[in-house]
Design a binder for this molecule. Structure first.
Ligand SMILES: [Mg+2]
Length: 459
């Protein structure tokens, strides 16, 4: 059987099973798009005639994983801190960038949002050794290997988050190998994804109204606000933001797991009156019975999932009938692969997904690729609290136009890290995080959540 001929722009992998690079042809000249190095074979761009296209690559030429790197980043807000929220005063932010290096020189990028030191240990002391020499495009197989080796200590929490960051980097490499963006590999048809502005923390009411207006002026059509401060504040804040952005933009509310069932029902009726688009995390993630008791008694869709891990965790949430909108996060729940599986499971139950992101622009982008391709995907979260991991980490910053995050048509995730920014915020010792409150994670006694009374208004 004769070898198929290379066609302009068609990934070579489709012709010969090669996993990186692609040929393009102009007239009689065919060129390899970039240097490919594997099995001691190096092929440069300059061109060959169609008759010889591919002949140097007749041998099996698979890119292999060279090493896996976890880079912990920390950003400290200037005193007195970044913002007040239901957990206290946020003093800084953390995230972990994953780099999967290959012997072709190509690098896949992912990210993890969990305890930085634990993630570093899991990635560099266990997953790295497991993955070295493996074909990075065998994403599902490698996910199962990583899950199997961490199963006994990591079905939920830092380990599945860590393997998820690696999984996302593998998807980046798979896309680069195929010459296609990940959203397209996942079945998407459009290089954009609805996005919402996430911010509107505890603040003066007038400041919240002004901030909401600024988000809309910046191109967003949906905003999410943090409540659970007091019943009077929660009501006043929602009314002010609604008045600020008008009836044609959506408001989502996050109640930070601080409500009890009676309060949740009362506030749910108020949120319905205000046309709230979704009602996020009224209860702790394990309080599934409370979610089930609330759902259906208020007309606002109930959402949760940012604190859930792995497909089985989401299966429990979904099977119980706890939520209307499922909120997985590639940087927490198990990578692009697991968000995709959760989206499929949600679809089987007639539910929609809206991914969580609260860490960096890599996580937002990874989530957006899945949501863009998922028929039941609603939107992705974009942290607008002014964070360098969002605003400066990528060479090409996130681009939101008319409520849509623009996705690149470049292979893989279509992003390029700004390594000057990576180095600026890199933790000197990846195992030694400065004490502080990092929005979701607190280290050091003085940063632990203080007793807090939510004043209700039963009148
Ligand atoms: Mg939330």
């Amino acid at each position: 059987m004769s070898e198929p001929q290379a066609e302009p722009g068609v990934p070579l992998s489709l012709h010969r099973g090669v996993t990186a690079g692609f040929w393009y042809c102009v007239g009689e000249k065919c060129c390899f798009s970039y240097q490919l190095r594997c099995d001691n074979l190096t092929i440069d761009s300059p061109c060959a005639s169609p008759a010889t296209v591919g002949s140097p690559l007749q041998r099996t030429c698979r890119v292999k994983i060279d090493r896996v790197e976890a880079i912990n980043l920390v950003y400290k807000y200037p005193p007195p801190g970044g913002f007040r929220y239901a957990g206290g005063m946020c003093t800084g932010r953390v995230t972990t960038i994953i780099l999967v290096h290959t012997d072709s020189g190509e690098i896949g990028v992912g990210s993890v949002y969990s305890h930085p030191a634990l993630v570093h240990l899991i990635v560099e002391k266990q997953l790295d050794e497991l993955l070295r020499g493996q074909d990075p495009t065998q994403v599902e197989e490698l996910w199962q290997k990583m899950a199997a080796i961490t199963l006994w200590y990591g079905r939920k929490g830092a380990a599945v988050s860590a393997l998820g960051g690696v999984d996302t980097a593998l998807w980046d490499l798979r896309g680069k190998a195929a010459g296609k963006p990940v959203w397209q590999l996942l079945g998407g048809e459009r290089p954009e994804c609805p996005a919402y502005a996430s911010g509107l923390l505890w603040n003066d009411i007038d400041a919240l109204a002004a901030e909401a207006t600024a988000h809309v002026e910046a191109g967003f059509r949906r905003v999410k606000m943090r409540l659970a401060r007091s019943e009077a504040f929660d009501r006043e804040a929602v009314k002010a933001v609604r008045a600020s952005i008008g009836p044609n933009c959506d408001i989502m509310v996050d109640t930070s797991m601080r409500y009890h069932l009676e309060l949740a029902r009362r506030m749910g009726r108020f949120f319905a009156e205000q046309g709230v688009f979704w009602y996020e995390e009224p209860f702790a993630p394990d309080d599934i019975d409370a979610y089930c008791a609330l759902r259906g008694t208020v007309s606002v869709p109930i959402s949760a999932g940012e604190n859930e891990f792995g497909l089985q965790g989401f299966r429990e949430l979904i099977r119980a009938g706890a939520v209307d909108i499922v909120q997985p996060d590639a940087s927490r729940c198990g990578g692009i692969s697991e968000v995709r599986r959760v989206a499929l499971l949600a679809a089987e139950h007639g539910l929609r997904i809206a991914t969580h992101s609260w860490s960096d622009a890599v996580a937002i982008t990874a989530n957006a690729h899945v949501v863009a391709a998922a028929p039941n995907g609603i939107t992705v979260e974009v942290d607008r609290t002014t964070l360098p991991f969002i605003d400066q980490l990528l060479v090409e910053p996130l681009d939101i136009r008319d409520g849509q995050l623009q996705l690149s048509g470049a292979p893989g995730l279509g992003i390029e890290l700004n390594f000057e920014v990576v180095d600026r915020y890199r933790m000197a010792d990846p195992l030694d995080l400065p004490l502080g409150s990092y929005s979701d994670m607190m280290f050091g006694k003085e940063h632990f959540p203080q007793p807090f009374e939510y004043v209700e208004d039963r009148g």
